[in-house]
Design a protein around this ligand. Structure first.
Ligand SMILES: NC(=O)C1=CN([C@@H]2O[C@H](COP(=O)(O)OP(=O)(O)OC[C@H]3O[C@@H](n4cnc5c(N)ncnc54)[C@H](OP(=O)(O)O)[C@@H]3O)[C@@H](O)[C@H]2O)C=CC1
Ligand SMILES: Nc1nc(=O)c2c([nH]1)NC[C@@H]1CN(c3ccc(C(=O)N[C@@H](CCC(=O)O)C(=O)O)cc3)C=[N+]21
Length: 298
């Protein structure tokens, strides 16, 4: 049976370190500040945004949440971002995605000051991660969290290892591939036009699934002993739990995969909690940089 990579525990450990460093900073008069912006009333987004604000408070941060109506015009959101960019108490700005259709997400993301872009979505940060300068950039939280889990399992040098990333999104798949490449893995990115995905997946010593299709990756897609990182968050019907009930599953068929893999991340309790922990780490790093100090290694 595979080792379970406990994202909840690793996230708690990481958040604890962030809180510790934040206390040290506070003694110097610097309080890391995070602004989370939610547009609209999507229930899942409300849960995530609430969790981020709560975790920031637990870290001792100055935490502000801006809830805007679903019909907020784009220019109003851009004005809010301009104010947050100029606010010295705010070190990190996160605009929850997806945004309502009247708002162009790219215009909004590029309006965030790169030095406050704790999501790592601005071209400046994307470019630094892609060119191997991740140390100076904000690395997107989900791949950063996944990478920390891989490091804990396999160490920080992945020389000789084959990594397959399923999914090529700008927020998960592509930066994940950049980070694996920077750690010396041999990386293949798969997507919806890839032929014979099961065979490709079976070549992976490290398999990252970031697809958004419940339990797509089956047990027989996995090389025995591989490290499997399941980024997927899919809510599916669970009539066995009662009428109208749902449950959360990943992109990997966990019960099958855990018999084959060497190590695997669960859903829930895997990459999800790590994503929020890395947001705290990025906000702390931003506050340190603003004060002319190096970001602590976590
Ligand atoms: N744990 C966390 O913190 C986070 C979890 N997530 C979850 O991760 C998953 C992926 O998210 P995200 O990257 O934003 O999703 P996107 O929808 O942006 O990207 C999905 C990718 O999967 C590919 N894909 C879709 N169907 C198939 C298929 N049948 N075979 C192979 N590839 C396929 C798509 O290919 P193509 O490009 O060809 O369309 C695309 O590249 C989702 O479940 C999401 O909820 C996302 C962010 C954070
Ligand atoms: N600007 C922006 N940045 C993001 O980082 C961002 C975003 N928009 N939009 C949505 C996705 C998704 N995402 C998750 C974060 C935590 C969990 C998480 O903690 N999940 C728990 C379960 C939570 C539950 O029960 O629903 C777990 O996996 O254990 C999941 C998903 C961040 N995202």
């Amino acid at each position: 049976m595979a080792r379970i990579i406990d994202g909840k525990a690793l996230a708690a450990e990481t958040t604890g370190k962030v809180a510790h460093h934040a206390r040290d900073l506070s003694e110097k008069g610097i309080v890391p500040g995070l602004a989370v912006v939610l547009v609209g009333e999507d229930p899942a987004s409300q849960v995530y945004v609430g969790a981020k604000s709560k975790r920031a408070k637990e870290c001792g941060f100055h935490s502000v949440q801006h809830d805007l109506a679903a019909d907020t015009p784009e220019n109003e959101l851009l004005e809010l971002i301009a104010r947050l960019n100029a606010d010295p108490a705010i070190h990190g700005i996160l605009v929850q995605l997806p945004l309502p259709e009247q708002i162009d997400p790219d215009r909004v993301i590029q309006a965030i000051a790169p030095k406050k872009d704790v999501d790592g979505f601005h071209y400046m940060n994307v470019g630094m991660v892609a060119t191997g300068s991740a140390g100076r950039a904000f690395v997107p939280c989900t791949p950063a969290g996944a990478m920390l889990m891989i490091e804990r399992e396999l160490g920080s040098d992945l020389s000789g290892k084959n990594a397959v990333v399923i999914g090529r999104s700008n927020i998960v798949g592509k930066p994940m591939a950049s980070l694996l490449l920077a750690a010396n893995a041999t990386v293949t990115i798969a997507h919806s036009r890839t032929g014979d995905l099961p065979t490709l997946a079976r070549s992976a010593d490290i398999l990252v699934a970031a697809v958004g299709r419940p339990e797509m990756v089956r047990g027989d897609w996995i090389k025995p002993g591989a490290t499997v990182i399941d980024v997927g968050i899919n809510r599916i019907d669970a009539p066995e739990r009662g009428e109208g009930k749902t449950r959360l599953v990943g992109d990997v068929a966990y019960a099958e995969a855990e018999r084959v893999a060497g190590a695997i991340t669960p859903v829930p309790g895997g990459v999800g909690p790590m994503t929020i922990a890395m947001l705290m780490a990025n906000t702390l790093a931003s506050a340190c940089r603003a004060a002319g100090m190096p970001a602590p290694r976590l």
